[in-house]
Design a protein around this ligand. Structure first.
Ligand code: DC
Length: 670
């Protein structure tokens, strides 16, 4: 996952393949809490593994709830309505799905059994209103204190105090449906008699209440519902572990792939596994909105198949009250339409991870779009004249994910542009692997995928520099020397002479090489260490002088140029393989300094060596690499020279990143 300051998405042109969604955040955290409160043991399959579920799991542990993870299965031993820890301080990050229901459950349990709990979150969580839930809990007789500002977390919940459950409790439904969900999940703990909840105002996000009711039923609690105004928990109801439960895929996350398919899957649909016709989550209805915009969508029981239908998309007017989270994706899709799109019923966006109406309008405008906004609505106009924008994400996972679709602009823009996503790691809230998954589905023109070349002589520190730059940019790496080394090693193992040009070239053309998490496999055999052998380095330099071997490895090297970008190191990256690279760096440390570095390296590994011998070897290899006729080692004309003799690795990386920034089209800091 990308823990870098920004991630540049190159212009993208197509989408193909299939994706399995991570578990639903809303369902995961509801099930975790119910399993913790229930009697018995619950085995949860497909639980989302992301920030929001991790804070819930950590909170449960602090409360004394026993749970274990075994592969992808999490088992929770229910506490049967008694909290083992009478006191706890819980940190809940920015997870509304943890804060609200835990507040309700702990307030009621502290009132009934005694206890003292504090619930905190990140700064943004302390700006998200919770007053209506606090009022409702106080209405039951719970002691709830707002520790900073009335109506907002952090909260202190303590007791005992006497509970009054005989009167219906009122809760507002028009700010967040999570307040009602919190009460519905917590009240079975104290349902010695019928308990009635009355909703004031229009209930938003009704489908989320449906999820709550369906899951409560799985845990043995059947709530009586009269319209969306009155809910009764029957006397004597109790949460009972259902044994095994499966979490369905995240329907809000599906929206990004539905968007992707409807823009860029042509001929063959994108397959999205994990939600479908039978989904509990209301956000699956996002598919209706996308279809109204022109997407071609087929629903299977647990999968969606999406491809481009009408093109450009059609602008729509859509009431998003039932799909508040997924609706953000519509705002970005609207750029690809032929008329404006009006999204209404999105007042709740203002109290989410950030003020999403303001954030969305600001960032869409950076791309060049015309956007009109109101308190509870947003109108987005089609965009043809796109600007390369650096998108601020406001620590909001959905901002980062839905703006990835802006990189598909070549499909409609007069001139394609890249898109920068700031703080891409914020997707960890609900989908840590989002960008990796996204890159696995999209296709770019090679010419649009940026390449940074780092060429230079042996032992100049190219590899380390390339790795670090790639890490900072979130790009792929090509260690081209490893390919020549692998060819030399493969030749040695099959008894082919390094000078036998035709035989080595034939071998190089079909090398069964795989790169797996820093390891190199040749026909399944891990050759990472064997490749670093000095003798193999010499062999690499020998086979690298043979023109047909270089030719044989050419296509293999080009194949590394994949979105979001590539850092390639070697001898001829800038001159022969990627002559159109956006940045070419040529390292120029002296032979003496390089020999000294290599000497230190080998000595630290306990490999006996002498400076004189190393220097001679190095000079011999330099001479061979420079004087060979095929792609001799030399700087590309447009290469930046970097003498790193006296520079730390960090300083060299910073220099390359500074050069890189100069090549980027994004203007200004943000
Ligand atoms: O960078 P290295 O030491 O792993 O490279 C091993 C040999 O491969 C080197 O002596 C020259 C050759 N090589 C090349 O000719 N062209 C490249 N792009 C990379 C390496």
């Amino acid at each position: 996952m990308y823990t870098i300051p920004f991630l540049d998405l190159p212009p993208l042109r197509a989408a193909l393949g299939s994706v399995t969604l991570p578990g639903s955040k809303s369902i995961s955290n509801r099930i975790l809490l119910m399993a913790a409160l229930a009697e018995g043991r619950t085995e949860i399959h497909g639980l989302l593994d992301a920030d929001d579920t991790q804070v819930m799991l950590a909170a449960l542990r602090s409360l004394g709830v026993a749970w274990q993870r075994d592969g992808s299965v999490v088992s929770v031993q229910g506490m049967a309505g008694r909290v083992p820890q009478p006191q706890a301080e819980l940190f809940l990050g920015n997870a509304g799905t943890a804060m609200r229901p835990l507040a309700a459950a702990l307030a009621l349990l502290a009132a009934r059994d005694g206890g003292d709990y504090q619930l905190r979150g990140v700064a943004r969580m302390h700006e998200r209103p919770i007053g209506d839930l606090v009022d409702a809990l106080r209405g039951f007789g719970c002691r709830v204190e707002c520790l900073a500002q009335e109506g907002y977390p952090p909260l202190r919940l303590h007791g005992p105090s006497s509970l009054r459950l005989d009167q219906p409790v009122r809760v507002r439904g028009d700010v967040s449906s999570q307040f009602l969900t919190a009460l519905l999940m917590a009240l079975p703990l104290v349902a010695t008699r019928d308990i009635v909840i009355e909703v004031e105002g229009e209930l938003i996000s009704k489908p989320y209440i449906d999820i709550t009711l369906a899951l409560l039923a799985r845990f043995g609690v059947v709530v009586r519902r009269e319209g969306w105004q009155r809910f009764t928990l029957p006397a004597g109801c109790r949460l009972r572990a259902p044994g095994v439960v499966h979490v369905e895929g995240d329907a809000s996350a599906a929206s990004y792939f539905i968007g992707l398919g409807s823009l860029a899957a042509q001929g063959e649909p994108l397959r999205i596994d994990g939600v479908g016709r039978d989904a509990l989550q209301g956000d699956v209805r996002f598919a209706d909105a996308a279809a109204a915009m022109g997407a071609d969508i087929r629903l299977e029981p647990n999968a969606l198949l999406v491809q481009r239908g009408r093109w450009p998309l059609r602008g729509i007017e859509w009431d998003c009250i039932a799909i508040p989270d997924a609706a953000m994706t519509l705002a970005v899709m609207a750029l690809y339409a032929d008329s404006p799109t009006l999204l209404t019923g999105i007042g709740s966006w203002r109290v989410k991870e950030t003020d999403r109406i303001a954030a969305m309008a600001t960032e869409l405008r950076k791309l060049g779009a015309q956007v009109d906004e109101g308190d509870t609505w947003l109108r987005v106009h089609p965009l043809r004249d796109w600007r390369a924008a650096s998108i601020h994400t406001y620590d909001d996972h959905r901002m980062a994910m839905c703006f990835s679709l802006a990189a598909l602009n070549p499909l409609i823009a007069s001139a394609p542009v890249p898109v920068r996503i700031q703080d891409p790691a914020c997707v960890a809230k609900t989908y840590p692997e989002y960008f990796e998954t996204f890159f696995g589905l999209v296709q770019a023109d090679a010419a649009d995928v940026p390449v940074v070349c780092v060429d230079g002589p042996t032992a100049s520190g190219k590899g380390t520099l390339a790795d670090e730059v790639a890490r900072a940019l979130g790009f792929w790496v090509l260690d081209s020397g490893a390919l020549y080394r692998a060819a030399a090693l493969a030749a040695q193992r099959t008894g082919i002479d390094w000078q036998d040009e035709a035989a080595v070239a034939a071998l190089a053309a079909t090398l069964p090489l795989r790169f797996l998490g820093g390891r190199v496999l040749l026909d399944g055999d891990d050759i990472t260490d064997a490749l670093r052998d000095e003798a193999i380095g010499l062999g690499a330099s020998t086979v690298a002088a043979l023109p047909s071997v270089r030719q044989a490895l050419h296509a293999l090297q080009l194949g590394f140029r994949r979105a979001p970008g590539l850092v390639a190191d070697g001898r001829d990256m800038g001159t022969a393989i990627f002559p159109d690279a956006a940045l070419k760096v040529f390292l120029t440390a002296t032979a003496e300094q390089r020999a000294e570095r290599r000497h230190k390296q080998l000595i630290s590994k306990g490999i006996p060596t002498t400076m004189a011998g190393l220097l001679a070897d190095l000079q011999a290899r330099d001479a061979r690499d420079k004087t060979r006729s095929a792609s001799p080692l030399k700087p590309a004309e447009d290469a930046k020279r970097l003498d790193n003799s006296d520079l730390s690795i960090e300083a060299s990386v910073q220099q390359v990143l500074a050069w890189w920034a100069e090549t980027r089209p994004f203007t200004g800091k943000d």
